[in-house]
Structures are given as structure tokens and as C-alpha cells.
Ligand binder design. Structure first.
Ligand code: SPD
Length: 351
């Protein structure tokens, strides 16, 4: 009897670590997602985990420069899914920081609007899939700001806004305003035009009250009544406070247009789970929920069909055709990026 017990406990001792490892593997099924802040509906990640058994380790960043610096430092390791804006996709790919997507694992890719696919920054969407897209324009509280005075980017340079203006913490969009006022492309790589944009922005400095990572909060709290904002920030502020009179306009010189896309880093540890996560986010019901709760546009035509007319026809979320027809989407500016960064640093230290 004693011998039987001994043998049984020996067998148990041998197989327990194996069973343990298996269990652990199940529990350890995960996906590491690094996304913009305030860019995921509440509770959605838990729902993904409940459905798939994959735990989401989630962290956030406030701008593309932080994301790029981090991925560069980690040499394409450390995360499974990232959400860069389009200009960054080409740069990350060219520097070997991304891996091609397996479209067979993304059945909902077929639902995406062809006009937002196959762009020069990523032919055939080999490396990226649109998550949300949007615009950058002027948001304001119409109870404090006379709407008739705000039609153009150049209006922000008026003395009236001295010490009152909010800018979103987004270098390319900040340069966009000045480039457009000067009549240049948002994607210029011409050093002279970039310098002129810097000079123009220097003149805007006295008007700036804050550079914000959460304009909707700052608008709502009254910290700033007017500023350069992504469209979804104004939609979010309106949703939180429907009685307020927040407005958003597409400046005459041209709003900023951008797409934020899912990508998988070159050395992602959980590639299959990354695809599962991306496809889940593209699922029509999930993508529609993202629009409703975050206030930006989805590229999924199937998701758009699920939206109430009030959301689908909201011109702040989905720009009207006449605005869209003039859209100049942001692209990578290659080596000129360093020049933008140099001038951006100078502006920050008020040089
Ligand atoms: N709250 C995060 C919103 C992310 C918007 N990305 C816009 C990038 C435009 N350059």
C-alpha cells in the first residue's frame, strides 16, 4: 500500500508541472496593445477577453512621437498591436519595425471603405489596417466665442485670443495650421516652407494658453474656449454635456486629415492574438460602438450601416463630401521630420 501511494505521488509530482504549464499557457494567452489615450470604449477590452480568453495588456500614449521613440528603443519588440497615424506607418515599415499582416486572419478587412485603403503610404495595406480616421479643425464654445468670427486658421492669430488658445499636442497638426495659412502642403519637405511655418507659429505663441492632450476635458472645464482640435474631441465634449454649445469648423484653408491604423511590430510576441484583436476591432458591431463612444469615424462600411442616422450624418464625425473632396491626408515627410522636430523643440522653449 505504502509503495502504491509513493508511486502515485511520484507520478503526480512529475505531471503536475506539465499540467501547471499547460494551465498557465491558457491563462497566459495575451495580447499587448499600445494605443492613443482615450481611444477605446470603456469595457470593450474585457468583452474581448470574455469572448476569446485572450487577456489584453493595455497601455496608452499621447502622440505619435512618443510611440515612435518607444518602438525604436524596443527595436520592434514589446507590443503586439500599435495604432500609429498614417505618416508613421511608412517610416516604421521602412525601418524594419513592422511585420506584414496576414489578411487571411482578418476576415472583416473586406468591410472597409476602399477609398481609405491602398494608399501610397502602404500599398495593398500590407502593414496597416485603418482603425479610426478624422480631421483637425477649430473647436470652440459658442457661448463664449462669436462663431461668425471663426472661419479660417488665420483667425486664430487674432489679438482677440491672446493667452486664450488651446493647441492639441500634435506636432504635425500644429505645423499644418501654419503651412495652410502660408498656402503650402501639409506634407511639404521643403526646408524653406517648414522654416516659414515655424516663423508663423512663433507669432501665434502669445495667443497660446495650453498645449493639451485632452482638449474635450479642457473645453468642458472651461480651461480654454477655443482651439485647434481633433474632431472627436468636440463630439466627446458634446456627448458629455449636450446642453453646451460646442462647435467645430473646417477651416477654409483646409482641415487636417488623418487615419490611425492598426499595425503589428516586427518582433511582436503574440502575432496570432494580434490578428484576432485587430479583426475583433473591425467587427461591424464593435467598430460602430467605437464611433458612438469615441466620436471618430470608422472605415468599416458595414459598421456605418449600424449607426443611427444622427451619428452617421453628423458632419463633425463624417465630413461632408465637399470638405472631403479637398482633403490632403497626412503622409510621412521622410528626413524632413527631423527639421519639423527641430523647429517644434524651438517653439516649445520659445526660441
Ligand atoms: N484621443 C486620441 C485621439 C487620437 C487621434 N489621433 C490623431 C492623430 C492626428 N495626427
Amino acid at each position: 500500500m505504502f509503495l502504491k501511494v509513493l508511486v502515485a505521488s511520484l507520478i503526480l509530482a512529475i505531471i503536475t508541472p506539465v499540467l501547471g504549464a499547460d494551465n498557465e499557457a491558457e491563462i497566459e494567452e495575451k495580447v499587448l496593445v499600445y494605443n492613443w489615450s482615450d481611444y477605446m470604449p470603456d469595457g470593450l477590452l474585457d468583452e474581448f477577453t470574455r469572448e476569446t480568453g485572450i487577456k489584453v495588456e493595455y497601455s496608452t500614449y499621447d502622440n505619435n512621437e512618443i510611440l515612435y521613440a518607444r518602438l525604436k528603443l524596443l527595436k520592434g519588440r514589446g507590443y503586439d498591436v500599435l495604432v500609429p497615424s498614417t505618416p508613421l506607418v511608412a517610416r516604421m515599415r521602412d525601418e524594419g519595425l513592422l511585420q506584414p499582416l496576414d489578411h487571411n486572419q482578418l476576415p472583416h478587412f473586406k468591410d472597409l471603405d476602399p477609398t481609405l485603403l491602398n494608399k501610397p503610404y502602404d500599398p495593398d495595406n500590407e502593414y496597416s489596417v485603418p482603425y479610426l480616421w478624422g480631421t483637425t479643425g477649430i473647436g470652440f464654445d459658442a457661448t463664449k466665442v462669436d462663431a461668425s468670427k471663426i472661419t479660417k486658421w488665420s483667425d486664430l492669430w487674432s489679438r482677440e485670443w491672446r493667452g486664450k488658445l488651446l493647441l492639441t499636442d500634435d506636432m504635425r497638426e500644429i505645423f499644418h495650421m501654419a503651412l495652410k495659412v502660408n498656402g503650402n502642403s501639409t506634407n511639404t519637405t521643403d526646408p524653406e516652407e517648414i522654416k516659414q511655418a515655424y516663423e508663423k507659429l512663433k507669432k501665434l505663441m502669445p495667443n497660446i494658453k495650453l498645449v493639451s492632450v485632452s482638449p474635450s476635458d479642457d473645453l468642458e472645464s472651461g480651461k480654454a474656449d477655443i482651439g485647434m482640435m481633433w474632431n472627436g474631441e468636440v463630439v466627446t465634449a458634446q456627448d458629455k454635456n449636450p446642453k453646451a454649445h460646442y462647435q467645430y469648423i473646417y477651416p477654409e484653408e483646409g482641415a487636417g486629415f488623418w487615419v490611425d491604423s492598426f499595425v503589428i511590430p516586427a518582433r511582436a510576441p503574440n502575432v496570432e492574438n494580434a490578428h484576432k484583436f485587430i479583426d475583433y476591432m473591425l467587427r461591424p458591431d464593435v467598430a460602430a460602438r467605437c464611433v458612438k463612444e469615441i466620436g471618430y469615424a470608422t472605415a468599416s462600411l458595414e459598421a456605418k450601416k449600424l449607426l443611427d442616422a444622427s451619428v452617421r450624418n453628423n458632419p463633425i464625425i463624417f465630413p461632408p463630401p465637399e470638405v472631403l473632396s479637398t482633403a490632403e491626408f497626412k503622409q510621412d515627410v521622410g528626413k524632413a521630420q527631423d527639421l519639423y522636430l527641430l523647429y517644434w523643440d524651438k517653439l516649445k522653449v520659445a526660441e
